[in-house]
Design a binder for this molecule. Structure first.
Ligand code: ADP
Ligand code: MG
Length: 453
C-alpha cells in the first residue's frame, strides 16, 4: 500500500470514534509524509493541529497506523508549510459558497412538533476538556434512553453550549428512533403556557397530556421556574409521571440545583437524583477549534492569524466567538477583500468590554509580577535574566495592546527605558504569541486576573 492509501485507511479508522466536527477540524489536510526505519511522519497544516494531535489523538493515530503497518514503532508530526498546503488543498469557491447557503437555510427550519433545530447536532459540537463529561454523558443517554442517567442535568454559564447539547440529544434520539415522542422547550415557555391557561380558565387536561406523554422531555433554562409556585407544582407532577414511566428527562440551568435560589426542596432533590454535569469555559485550543469548524465551508475563510487572534481575545463565551465571526464576515463582505489583522483588532476592540474597564499600568505590573512569581521591582530594574526579561516584555506588550500606550510611555513606566526597548519587547511577545500556545494561555490567565478583579 502506498502512503496515501495507508493514511486514508488510518483516517477511516479514526473517523469512527471522533465527532464529525473534531475530525474535520483536526484531520483535514493531514498526510502521511514518510515511514523511515519504523518512524512515521505525519504532516499537519499548522502548529495547533500539531499540538492537538500530539495531545489528544496520538494514541489513536499510533494504534490505527500499526493496524495497517505493524513495522511502525513511533509517530512524529511535521508542520507543512502554508504555501505547499494551499497549493494542494484549496478547493474551488463555488462549492464552499453553496455550503454556506445551506447552513443558513437550515437555521430556520425548527421542527414544529419537537421544537428541535436541526443545526444543533453532535456532529457540529466541538469537544474539549471544558465540556468533555457533559458531552459524553449526553451521547450515552441517547443510547440508553431513560435507563442510565435520569434526569440528566447540565449546567454552565451563558453561551457555552447548553442549548446546543440539549438539542443534539433530541436530534440524535429522533434520528435513532423517529417514532419516539420528543419535546424540547424552555422552562419559560412551559410556564407561559400554563399561566395563559389558568388566566383564561381553560382546563389543564390537554396541557398535562401533552407533557406527560413524551419519551424524552428536554427543559432548557430550568432555573426560571424557581419561586413560581404553580409552575413548580405542575412541573413536579409532570416530572414524577415521566420518571415513573421510565421516560428520559434532561434539564439545563445556568447553575447547579443547590445554587438555584427559591427552588422548592422536592424539585431540587429530583434534579439531583440523576447525573449532574457542568460545562466550563473553553480552553484556547477548543476556542480555536470551534472557530475553525464554524468557518469550514465558508466562501472566504478568515486566515489562521485572524482566527488565532479571535481565539486569544474572546475567552469566555462561544456565542461571542460566533458573534465576532459574523461581524467580521459582514465587514469583509462590505470591503470585498480580506480584512487585515489591524482591522480585525479594531473591530473586536469595539466589541470587547475590556476597553471599558479601568485598569492602571500599575496593576499590570503587579499582576504580571505575581503571575510570574518575581519581585515587582525587578521589572523596573536592570536585570537581564530570562526569568525577568520575559515578564517585563509581557508587561510592555499588555500596556501597548490593551492601553494603547506609546513606546516612550511604556519605556518610562518600566524603569525609564528607551522607547526602542519597549518596541522590541512588544514585538517579541506579539511574534511569540503566534507560535507559542503556552504563552497565549499565560496572557489569557493574566488578563483574567487583571480584568476580573
Ligand atoms: P447556552 O445555551 O449555554 O447559552 P448555546 O448552546 O446557545 O449556549 O451556544 C451558543 C452558541 O455557541 C451556539 O450557536 C452553539 O452552536 C455554539 N456552541 C456552543 N458550544 C459549542 C461547541 N462545543 N461546539 C460548537 N459550537 C458550539
Ligand atoms: Mg441556552
Amino acid at each position: 500500500m502506498n502512503h496515501k492509501d495507508l493514511w486514508k485507511q488510518v483516517l477511516n479508522q479514526i473517523e469512527l470514534d471522533t465527532s464529525k466536527a473534531n475530525f474535520a477540524t483536526w484531520f483535514q489536510n493531514t498526510n502521511l509524509e514518510s515511514i523511515d526505519d519504523g518512524r512515521a511522519v505525519v504532516s499537519v497544516p499548522n502548529a495547533f493541529a500539531k499540538e492537538w494531535l500530539e495531545k489528544k489523538y496520538h494514541k489513536s493515530i499510533v494504534r490505527a497506523l500499526r493496524g495497517q503497518a505493524n513495522s511502525i514503532r513511533s509517530v512524529g508530526y511535521l508542520i507543512s508549510s502554508q504555501k505547499d498546503f494551499e497549493k494542494q488543498h484549496v478547493k474551488p469557491n463555488s462549492k464552499a459558497a453553496l455550503n454556506e447557503e445551506q447552513l443558513e437555510f437550515k437555521e430556520f427550519s425548527v421542527d414544529r412538533e419537537t421544537n428541535l433545530n436541526p443545526k444543533y447536532t453532535f456532529d457540529t459540537f466541538i469537544v474539549g476538556s471544558f465540556n468533555e463529561l457533559a458531552h459524553a454523558a449526553a451521547l450515552s443517554i441517547t443510547k440508553n434512553l431513560g435507563a442510565l442517567y435520569n434526569p440528566y442535568f447540565i449546567y454552565g454559564g451563558v453561551g457555552l453550549g447548553k442549548t446546543h447539547l440539549l438539542q443534539a440529544i433530541g436530534n440524535e434520539v429522533k434520528k435513532r428512533n423517529p417514532i419516539l415522542k420528543i419535546l424540547y422547550l424552555t422552562s419559560e415557555k412551559f410556564m407561559n403556557e400554563l399561566i395563559s391557561l389558568i388566566q383564561n380558565r381553560e382546563p389543564l387536561n390537554s396541557f398535562k397530556e401533552k407533557y406527560r406523554n413524551v419519551d424524552l422531555l428536554i427543559i432548557d433554562d430550568v432555573q426560571f421556574i424557581a419561586g413560581k409556585a404553580k409552575t413548580e407544582e405542575e412541573f413536579f407532577h409532570t416530572f414524577n409521571v415521566l420518571y415513573e414511566n421510565g421516560k428520559q428527562i434532561v434539564f439545563s440551568s445556568d447553575r447547579p440545583p443547590q445554587a438555584i435560589p427559591n427552588l422548592e426542596e422536592r424539585l431540587r432533590s429530583r434534579f439531583e437524583a440523576g447525573l449532574i454535569a457542568d460545562i466550563g469555559e473553553p480552553e484556547y485550543e477548543a476556542r480555536l477549534a470551534i472557530l475553525k469548524s464554524k468557518i469550514s465551508g465558508s466562501a472566504r475563510p478568515l486566515s489562521d492569524e485572524v482566527l488565532e487572534y479571535i481565539a486569544s481575545v474572546i475567552q469566555k463565551n462561544i456565542r461571542e466567538l460566533e458573534g465576532a465571526l459574523n461581524l467580521l464576515n459582514a465587514k469583509e463582505k462590505v470591503k470585498e477583500a480580506p480584512l487585515t489583522l489591524d482591522e480585525v483588532k479594531n473591530t473586536l476592540n469595539q466589541l470587547s468590554a475590556r476597553s471599558q474597564r479601568v485598569v492602571s499600568t500599575q496593576q499590570i505590573l503587579k499582576v504580571v509580577s505575581v503571575f510570574y512569581n518575581i519581585d515587582e521591582r525587578d521589572l523596573l530594574a536592570r536585570s537581564r535574566k530570562r526569568e525577568i526579561v520575559k515578564p517585563r516584555q509581557v508587561a510592555m506588550y499588555l500596556i501597548r495592546e490593551d492601553f494603547n500606550g506609546s513606546y516612550p510611555y511604556i519605556g518610562q513606566k518600566l524603569g525609564g527605558r528607551d522607547h526602542t526597548t519597549a518596541l522590541h519587547g512588544y514585538d517579541k511577545i506579539s511574534k511569540a504569541l503566534k507560535k507559542d500556545a503556552k504563552l497565549v494561555e499565560e496572557l489569557r490567565l493574566i488578563r483574567e486576573k487583571l480584568y476580573k478583579s
